[in-house]
Design a protein around this ligand. Sequence first.
Ligand code: AQP
Length: 326
Amino acid sequence: MKNIFSGIQPSGDLTIGNYFGAIKNWIKLQSEYNCFFCIVDLHAITVRQEPKRLREKILETLAIYIASGIDPNKNTLFIQSHVPFHSELSWILNCFTYMGETSRMTQYKEKSLKSGESISVGLFTYPILMAADILLYNTDLVPVGSDQKQHLELARDLAERFNNIYSDTFKIPDPYISSTSSRIMNLQSPDKKMSKSDENENSYIKILDDENIIRKKISRSVTDSIGSINYSDDQLGIKNLINIFSSITGEDTYDIVARFKNKGYGDLKNEVSNLLIDELSTIQKRVKELMDNKDYLEKIYKDGAEKAIEASYRMLRKVKKKIGFI
Ligand code: AQP
């Protein structure tokens, strides 16, 4: 079986961007691949986190994975900081990365604009840690949203660079990016991606938002003055709603447009709200049950760490040997 690695930062409340862009694809892929699904807490501290909240969000992220349909018996579910090899390989790869490569990263550029002088070095080297995450597990495929494509290219470049210097060591991973769910957009500024750390709560929908909040946020989502429903870059807000619709039903975007011919934006918003509420309510109920059963979650992440350590220590040993460490 081929290997998959993917993860989400517990840096806030997971959004439907994380759900459609990552988790939903994982569910589809879990029966065909040997999957490592990680809660990337080391990545989360690239921006300041409140300790109590971070602890809560780490467990909640694990609960969301399981509640969404990731089978903990079939897949390895673990917390990144429980496997020290991630940080260790990350340092080694730091020494093989050029400053220009990390400076070019769009996510770094966008976030540094927000943080100014107080941006952490961790945010600058974040893609190198991500490369270490992926390369440790002989990963064939990385299911991500399109925002992460550039980071994945760096992982591929670093793997090739290392292999060229020292002979074949790392497998070269491929991205897996689905078309309609690859970039769920901000509900208030549909030219930007939806992000869990956005300051405006109305810009994103949390996986755990209740029915009323979902309806309110969708009804307030920004559209346009054109007045007819088309799948077009001139109507980014409407396009985003159609993509969300399609991510849930699997329907082609053209069929969705045809279905709403002669109907108004209110009809589309209403239907998207209904679909989202339907999709998320079972997950929300299950997350609640899991969060009340911390012993079960602890067993899953402890077993997961053991399996992840077992799967990755050989790779780090091989890397160290090739470099010349004793
Ligand atoms: N809006 C999105 N559309 C599609 N996919 C998305 N992903 C995130 N947002 C969207 C995918 O979710 C996975 C995990 O993302 P992450 O939380 O580790 O990092 P991120 O991409 O930086 O997500 P956020 O929500 O924007 O986090 P913050 O605000 O903390 O930086 C990835 O596969 C990502 O593509």
